[in-house]
Design a protein around this ligand. Sequence first.
Ligand code: K2U
Ligand code: ZN
Length: 174
Amino acid sequence: MAIRPILTAPDLRLKQKSAPVEGGVTDEHRALMDDMLETMYEAPGIGLAAIQVGVPLRIIVMDLAREGEEKQPRYFVNPEILWASEETQPYEEGCLSVPDFYDEVERPARVKLRYLNYKGEQIEEDAEGLFAVCIQHEMDHLEGVLFIDHLSRLKRENALRKLKKARKEAALQA
Ligand code: K2U
Ligand code: ZN
């Protein structure tokens, strides 16, 4: 397993639409998911999409276990939302690709998912609460959408300006 670099905005690769995994889940995909999970734990985060480590495939990993709880890794290949509730819920989101910026995003409170798991088996599952928030946040990544794209233009431009300033200062100190 290996920790991979996480792309940060405004890297244009994050705006790509990721391609479906064709022909089933292979050992190569599983090795990628193992690396993604190790990268996510180290960040730390609770979810990660393959595009965030530069791989434009429809693959997501997640672990919603709390601090001190046993790890509960989850794997989602070619995830689809079959149904979403009209009821929405706000959540203060962050993103490993938009560091140090948090803001409230409104999303459907409950969704019905269909995806392939680590073994390549087809699963249908209902999600609510933080699971619903996280899977929708990660599925946005598969469409090239960041959570700041759901905010006002002023808030989005403010976030990107802060990121560009931080990147310039880091380059000067390197
Ligand atoms: O996509 C990512 O960058 C992973 C996010 C997932 C996430 C975003 C918003 C809401 C829930 C999950 C990172 O895990 S951001 C860090 C984080 C950690 C705990 C709770 C919320 C966000
Ligand atoms: Zn994110």
